[in-house]
Design a protein around this ligand. Structure first.
Ligand code: SAH
Ligand code: SF4
Ligand code: F3S
Length: 487
């Protein structure tokens, strides 16, 4: 009988991707994913260390899981409790000390070694727990199996890992290690496998995804103009070139990438937004603050006006591009006028959506030891003001799409019966009434209603040919309101 594997994922999309790959690595050992922790033979918490609350959640979850582990033992079973991800990397020893119920701790760069780690755990039953938080020389990607759990119609693909930017507030360079880009040919092969497994959309992932500079496929040497570039120069590709290459995959309809850094938005990448229809008109481009002295203290290495100019160039290339960002309020030393500059920047840019956070001091980062830490109450007040403005912008953007007809990739069942949910090209959640057999399809939807965080609409055409036969079946209607394209 298959052993049950429960993985709980915290944090960013890279962790979501890593969790699918952990399942892949454990499948040959007889572990099959389950969506409930009770009775599981192995539980992995794939953790995030980005803000204080993120790691606190892990320790309280470990408390709850201790109980489940004991129950399993009382029934004569054995459950392996593992902690993975960025908290594991940063606080591996501390986890084993504070939570002796944990059997195994491993970091984001070593999960390809899981078969060996699990064997060691089962063998050394009485040990204090197995720890592997190396940054190995070998790349995990070279050892991961090709067979992959099906990710569905919108899939993630990690193309770049780690970060060399060292923003002063951020733990990622310490938890994920140095920047590394996968070879373009490997990414192409994985993208093709995802598409044959049903993916219509792929989001390329990296902590600094647009700093991508992976080895070019061999064939590019043959086509590179000999006079204009040396072999060395043509031997790596940036993200723009990679996106064009992946666009060639038949059956792949949409490409996205996240998270980008403003400093790495090069001309080629900006041009791709205007020229490659498969690259969606949406970009998450974190700015963090609108005040130059704060950006400087954060070591972001660009000014607010640099950011404005990048946005101008993006909009010149792709006039309908929707923008999203991350913001931190209450960074040490942030004055009222700095916060006002952030509000000004938000007003100038006009975001379709955004994420904003109170600054959280992280152990071992330079900003943690800056003296002028901001009061919690001030942080809360600024966050509320900023979120009010961003929320109003998001609602206005959603309202501006009412009446438009746009392609929506239907990804999953909605909250109500007969309801499906999907994403617009601009990353908005869209709910429609439609039969489940349209899951995984890209359909034209007329947007009828806008909410703060989602849209509602009706399917007007499908990317299918069987529609007329299905229409009119009242009990099993494929499309609730078929009005025909353009009517
Ligand atoms: N690589 C991405 C961000 C990764 S972390 C980038 O460079 O933009 C995701 C977001 O978490 C960041 O953009 C930032 O807004 C937020 N964040 C990171 N560290 C934080 C901290 N110490 N306190 C509060 N927010 C933080
Ligand atoms: Fe963190 Fe800055 Fe690197 Fe983003 S670019 S992961 S915020 S250090
Ligand atoms: Fe969190 Fe690690 Fe991602 S700290 S945001 S899970 S890279």
């Amino acid at each position: 009988m298959a052993k049950k594997l429960f993985i709980k994922t915290y944090g960013c999309q890279m962790n979501v991707y890593d969790s699918t790959r952990m399942s892949d690595v454990l499948a040959p050992l007889g572990y099959a994913p389950t969506d409930h922790p009770d009775g599981a033979d192995m539980i992995i918490l794939n953790t995030c260390h980005i803000r204080e609350k993120a790691s606190e959640k892990v320790f309280s979850e470990l408390g709850r899981l201790k109980q489940i582990k004991q129950e399993k033992a009382e029934d004569g079973g054995r459950m392996i409790l593992a902690v993975a991800g960025c908290v594991a990397q940063a606080e591996g020893d501390e986890i084993l000390r504070r939570a002796p119920q944990v059997d195994l701790v491993f970091g984001p760069q070593t999960y390809h070694r899981l078969p060996e780690l699990v064997t060691r755990t089962l063998r050394d039953e009485k040990s204090r727990g197995v720890l592997d938080i190396d940054f190995p020389l070998e790349s995990k990607f070279d050892s991961l199996p090709e067979d992959s759990v099906v990710q569905g119609s919108a899939a993630f693909l990690s193309i770049q890992e780690g970060c060399d930017k060292f923003c002063t507030f951020c733990v990622v360079p310490y938890t994920r290690g140095a920047e590394f880009s996968r070879p373009a040919a490997d990414i192409f092969a994985e993208a093709k496998r995802l598409v044959s497994a049903g993916a219509r959309e792929i989001t390329l992932l990296g902590q600094n995804v647009n700093a991508y500079h992976g080895e070019a496929p061999i064939r590019s040497f043959a086509t590179a103009p000999a006079a204009s570039s040396t072999l060395k120069e043509t031997s790596t590709w940036g993200l723009g070139r990679l996106l064009r290459y992946l666009s060639e995959i038949e059956g792949l309809e949409r490409l996205r990438y996240t998270t980008s850094h403003p400093r790495d938005m090069d001309d080629e990448l900006i041009a791709v937004h205007g020229e490659e229809p498969k690259v969606m008109p949406y970009l998450h481009l974190p700015v963090q603050s609108g005040a130059d002295r704060i950006l400087d203290a954060m070591n972001r290495r660009h000014t607010a006006d640099d950011y404005r100019r990048i946005v101008d160039r993006l909009r010149a290339a792709c006039p309908n591009i929707a923008l999203s960002s991350d913001f931190i309020v209450g960074f040490p030393g942030e004055r009222d006028e700095d916060f006002a500059a952030t509000l000004r920047l938000v007003t100038d840019i006009g975001y379709a959506q955004a994420y904003s956070f109170k600054y959280s001091p992280r152990p071992g980062t330079p900003a943690e030891s800056i003296e002028q830490q901001i009061d919690e109450a001030d942080k809360s007040e600024r966050l509320e003001t900023l979120q009010g403005l961003l929320g109003a912008q998001q609602l206005a953007f959603n309202q501006s799409t009412v009446g438009q007809t746009m392609p929506v990739l239907l990804e999953k069942a909605g909250r109500r019966n007969n309801q499906l949910s999907g994403r617009s090209p601009f990353m908005q959640s869209v709910f429609v009434e439609a039969n489940r057999r349209l899951l995984g399809e890209i359909v034209e939807v007329r947007i009828e209603k806008a909410h703060a965080r989602s849209l509602e609409g009706s399917v007007v055409t499908g990317s299918y040919t069987t529609l007329p036969a299905e229409v009119g079946r009242s009990s099993d209607q494929v499309v609730q309101s078929v009005v025909g394209a353009g009517t």
